[in-house]
Structure formats: C-alpha cells, structure tokens
Design a protein around this ligand. Structure first.
Ligand SMILES: [Zn+2]
Length: 418
C-alpha cells in the first residue's frame, strides 16, 4: 500500500524492502504454453482513430471501447500475423481491415450481433476516410499466451536469463559499443538487458547488477513493453538465489500477448521520441522510455543546498575524519547501503557516501513542495478542476523516484570505485 509506505517514510518508521521469497515454480513451456512469434501493435494516434470510427448507434461505454481495442483487436491481430514468424518476409505495417473483418465474422457466427454491428460500422467509416492510415506496426518477436483457458493471477511465467555484469563492467562495455556504433544512424534502442536490484532490506544491503540477454537468453528477453501490462518483472528470492521473475498481475487469455512495463528511463530526447510505444492501451504514455531530462524542478534543491562549495565541504569533512562514525552507519543503513556495496572501501569514502545519503534524504523532504509547485503551474494552463490531494500524492511519488535514481547513481559510482 503506497500511501502507508509514504506515511511511514515521513515518520521515519519505514521498513526497508525485504526480498520477496517465492517457491520454485516451473516456467511456462515455449512452443506449448507460450509462443514466441512476430507481434504487432498500434500507436496512440491509431488508437484514437479507431475510437473515432466506432459507430454512435451502438451503445458503447468507454470500457467497451477499450476492451474492443485492447483485447479483441490486438489478440486477433496477433493471431493473423503469427505466420510471418521466421518467414523472413515480415512487413513493417499490417492493415487493420482484415482484423476487423475477422472479428465481425466470428461475432456473427457466435451470435454477438452488437460486436458484429460495431465492426460493420467501423469498416464503413474506414472506407469513407481513405486518407487515414488504419494500420498496425511491427514490434518484432514477442511472446503470446497459448494455453487453453489462459493463465491465472500471480502466475509465474519465466525468470530472466543472461550474462550478469556488475555495473562498472556494464558501463565499460556500453561505452565500447557506443564507440563502435558512433557512425551508425540514430535508432530506437533495443532492449536485451534488465537491471537486478538487490533489495535494500537484504542483510548485506542494496546493490545492482545488469542481466544482459544479448547472447545468452531465454524468451523472457522477448517480452514486449506495455504501459498497461498483464505481467510484472520483479526481484524474487527462489531457493536462496535472487532472480527476476515475470509474474502475471491479472488473468491472461489465450492469444493475448504477454507484456510488462519496462520502467526504463532515458536522458536523451531523440531516444525518447524514437521509442514510439505500440502497446495500444488507452493509458499509453506514447514512448516505452520515460524521459528524465529537463527535470529542472528536480535540480532546485540541488542548486540551493548542494552546490560546488557544499560538495567540496562534504568531501573535505569526510577526508578529515577518514573514519566511519556510528551516525554514518545508521544513515547508510537507512538508505539500505551495507557491506555488499561498501566493504573494502576506504574510511573517507564511506564517510563521504554517508554525507551524500544525508543530502539525498534532505532533498527527499524538500522536493515534494517544489514538484507540487511546478506541476500546478503546468496544469493550471490547461485544467481548471485539479484534485489537490492527488497532486500532492503525485509529487511524493515523483520525489521518491528521484531518491531512488540518486541511490542508483551513487551505487553505480561506488561500484566503479570498488
Ligand atoms: Zn504504451
């Protein structure tokens, strides 16, 4: 419960996140319970086009419309394009007309006159607006549920598999790759890696590694992103080992594509714009990468309380002490930093890390107000009716996100030094 977590965080009574222990479960068998196949999706623009041509004379709730697009349309689409898999002849776009025709046909066969009528209305509107492009776009290989009766709730699908890198080694490798690709054109990045975060409540504390599925992989790395996913990828402890398990967050029907939210961040505007999301969901964010640049409001506290002189002063204090105090250990523990990350580091560096952690917590207290002010200014330009409570809550969530990304950056840096 997030509000409870926020409250306990404010009161300083929060329990650090502990490993989620799960029993061993068999992964879903590829080629049987799941299929790896070519998958297609629609962008938010096409989603709106489709909503626009839904006939007014069929009474449809907003939920009916979403269900039609997100379940019926996408599932039928991915059934139709399945045969492209491995054919070496996969088009980048696929027309939606035959998809709606098939839905209409099977609705008629099953006596669902409402859906059939809706499809007929949509097909008619499509014919009358030939200037619009009613197409789906290729996403690449994805994973689709192929089990009769589908999957249940909180069901284990598969664990991630790949080569594990400590973050310093990972970034060294990325730098090398970038260096080689320097001349190639700007493309949407492909994702075959995922970050495994050791829970802050682990006895040895927080740390992170990268799991790279570029060369050694199973189908987990083929699962596509969705802004409204049916699975989540989470760190679990199974038989005493951490893994990233993909678990369903709601029942999944046969023929439905398996997805999770990548929760990936980019600081590059070009990359953000090139990564058009094709999840087709009504809550689609438009890009499968979250843009973290230009968060000027996030820098307010940083500029005022953590300038060049502040930073040097903290560093000098830490060097002068060159030893780790009891308070340092308490504050590092509050952030979940323990032996896993800090063992072997010189005293001054651990003391300096504690100084930085204290600033990160200080900023966490200050930031919600700044974010709230900033968001209100933005929203007042477009909305008159703003829910203050939810705005306050959003600001807290965003501030928490900043804290977590600061701790991640700190961890990367310490990994490099260690
Ligand atoms: Zn999306």
């Amino acid at each position: 419960d997030y509000s409870e977590k926020l409250l306990s965080q404010k009161n300083g009574t929060e329990n650090l996140e502990i490993p989620e222990v799960k029993d061993y479960q068999r992964r879903k068998v590829p080629g049987d319970e799941v299929l790896e196949q070519e998958v297609y999706g629609i962008d938010p623009y096409t989603h709106n086009l489709l909503r626009d041509i839904m006939p007014a004379d069929v009474s449809l709730s907003s939920a009916d419309k979403h269900t039609f697009i997100e379940e019926l349309l996408l599932n039928t689409l991915n059934k139709q394009v399945r045969d492209f898999t491995g054919s070496g002849n996969t088009p980048m776009v696929y027309p939606l007309k035959p998809v709606i025709e098939e839905i209409q046909k099977s609705a008629e066969e099953s006596g669902d006159r409402r859906t059939a009528k809706m499809c007929l209305g949509m097909l008619k509107a499509m014919r009358s607006r030939p200037e619009h492009n009613y197409v789906a776009y290729r996403k690449g290989l994805g994973v689709v549920c192929n089990k009769k009766g589908g999957f249940g709730m909180d069901d284990f699908v598969i664990e991630f598999f790949g080569e594990v890198y400590p973050s310093w080694r990972w970034y060294e490798k990325q730098d090398g790759i970038k260096h080689i690709q320097n001349n190639s054109e700007d493309q949407a990045p492909e994702f075959y890696n995922i970050m495994l975060e050791r829970p802050k409540g682990d006895r040895d504390g927080y740390d992170l590694v990268f799991v790279d599925a570029m060369h050694k992989a199973n189908y987990a790395s083929r699962i596509c992103h969705s802004c409204n996913p049916n699975c989540e990828a989470k760190v679990t402890a199974v038989d005493g080992q951490y893994q990233i398990g993909v678990y369903t967050v709601r029942p999944i029907a046969e023929g439905e594509e398996i997805t999770f939210d990548y929760n990936s961040v980019t600081e590059s505007k070009e990359e953000h714009e090139a990564s058009v999301c094709l999840c087709g969901s009504q809550v689609c964010r438009g890009s499968y990468l979250n843009f973290s640049g230009e968060g000027a409001f996030e820098k307010v506290v940083l500029m005022e309380f953590h300038g060049v002189l502040d930073r040097h002063s903290l560093l000098l204090q830490a060097c002068e002490a060159n030893t780790v105090s009891q308070q340092d250990l308490i504050d590092l523990g509050r952030a979940g930093l323990g032996t896993c990350l800090l063992a072997g580091l010189p005293g001054w560096l651990v003391a300096y890390t504690a100084q930085l952690v204290r600033f990160i917590f200080f900023e966490r207290q200050k930031l919600p107000n700044e974010i709230f002010k900033h968001n209100m200014e933005e929203k007042r330009q477009f909305f008159t009716d703003i829910n203050m409570d939810s705005e306050r809550n959003d600001a807290e969530v965003q501030a928490e996100g900043v804290l977590n990304s600061r701790l991640q950056h700190l961890t990367h840096t310490l990994d490099k030094v260690g």
